[in-house]
Design a binder for this molecule. Structure first.
Ligand SMILES: Cc1cc2nc3c(=O)[nH]c(=O)nc-3n(C[C@H](O)[C@H](O)[C@H](O)COP(=O)(O)OP(=O)(O)OC[C@H]3O[C@@H](n4cnc5c(N)ncnc54)[C@H](O)[C@@H]3O)c2cc1C
Length: 315
């Protein structure tokens, strides 16, 4: 179903980037369609966010509720919110674009892509078969199911160590497997995990196979010499990075080698003059909630100039 309206802007994504853009679009009276599968984005699953500026601490579910409430208060008849819809593709139509979702199609003059990232899957034999059967990507969602058990965490960044710290509070043991001998996590977080007696680190190892019939019973890993060892565990928490949600974009925008959308960091404009991108979907070097929101505000200022004056501030 095509709704018939020609919007100034289509915002795709309901994380901090998309919502910040939505609030600014409402205040600037840009006729906008706001499409997102859900609100809050990736940190929805976080149990404690302590760096969302202006709020001392909140969990991911509260962040999601606050973002949605903020947008709905100001959306009025300017921002048309289409929550629960999944964008399948965008095509050029006349002087604008047609955004097709699983529930409809929307025509718009400009686009802001804010579809963020998803978790990278564990590339080991048996991992697909045992996903959600002992392999999980969310300690705060699934961790308590493994209370009193031996578990493994795969990864070496902040997400891996924060996951380990959560699990160490109630699991019998936590073994962290990292493919190098250096960690990308903050030193303070690494030290906090290492101080726990039930924590162990294996460095220079690569998970090769997830073992188990109907549920995980262990993980096999190879060391630098190629020797394979079986570590018996009931749960495997995978924290090996993120993949940008850019598959639906096709080849119409310039991207880097890991499929993040290239933007001009002054304006957030992409290689297409009527498409902007903000947040984790971009090739920005740093990705955080505050950065995503700030990038989106920058984009909105530029989109406003484009819609009203036909120019980008940077040109
Ligand atoms: C476990 C965890 C904890 C974190 N903790 C912190 C923290 O404490 N502090 C911090 O600053 N950062 C934290 N981060 C990073 C932070 O969550 C991200 O930088 C931020 O969420 C990026 O926001 P975004 O709006 O760009 O994208 P996302 O948050 O990824 O949001 C993307 C949105 O787009 C929607 N979407 C995607 N594809 C489509 C589609 N095709 N159609 C429709 N909708 C779509 C999704 O439903 C989602 O709403 C954490 C990340 C994780 C994974």
């Amino acid at each position: 179903m095509l709704c018939g309206m020609f919007y100034d802007l289509a915002i795709i994504g309901g994380g901090p980037a998309g919502v910040a853009a939505g609030v600014y679009a409402a205040r600037k009276k840009l006729k906008t369609v706001f499409i997102t599968k859900d609100f809050g984005g990736q940190s929805n699953v976080s149990t404690g966010i302590e760096n969302w500026i202006g709020t001392v601490r909140l969990d991911g579910v509260e962040l999601a509720k606050n973002l949605e409430a903020h947008l709905r208060v100001y959306a009025a008849d300017t921002v048309d919110i289409r929550a629960g819809e999944w964008v399948a593709r965008v095509e050029k139509v006349g002087s604008g674009f047609r955004v097709t979702t699983d529930a409809g199609a929307y025509d718009s003059r400009s686009i802001l892509v804010a579809t963020g990232s998803s978790r990278r899957k564990l590339p080991a034999k048996g991992a697909d078969r045992l996903e959600h059967r002992g392999i999980t990507y969310c300690a705060s969602c699934d961790g308590p199911l493994f209370s009193g058990m031996d578990v493994a965490v795969v990864g070496g960044g902040n997400a891996a160590f924060e996951t380990a710290l959560q699990l160490l509070a109630y699991c019998k043991s936590v073994t962290l497997l990292n493919r190098t001998d250096t960690f990308r996590a903050d030193e303070i977080t690494v030290a906090a995990a290492k101080a726990k007696p039930n924590f162990r680190v294996l460095t220079n190892v690569t998970p090769s196979e997830v073992v188990g019939e109907s549920f995980v019973t262990g993980i096999k890993y190879k060391d630098a010499t190629g020797n394979e060892t079986l570590l018996p565990v009931a749960g495997i928490f995978v924290e090996i990075g993120l993949i940008p949600n850019s598959g639906w974009v096709g080849s119409s925008l310039d991207m880097n080698e890991i499929k993040q959308i290239k933007v001009d960091p002054r304006t957030q404009r992409t290689s297409h003059p009527r498409v902007w991108a903000a947040g984790d979907i971009t090739d920005g070097v740093y990705h955080q909630n505050n950065i995503a929101a700030g990038d989106a505000v920058k984009a909105l200022e530029d989109i406003y100039m484009f819609v009203h004056k036909g120019v980008s501030t940077a040109h």
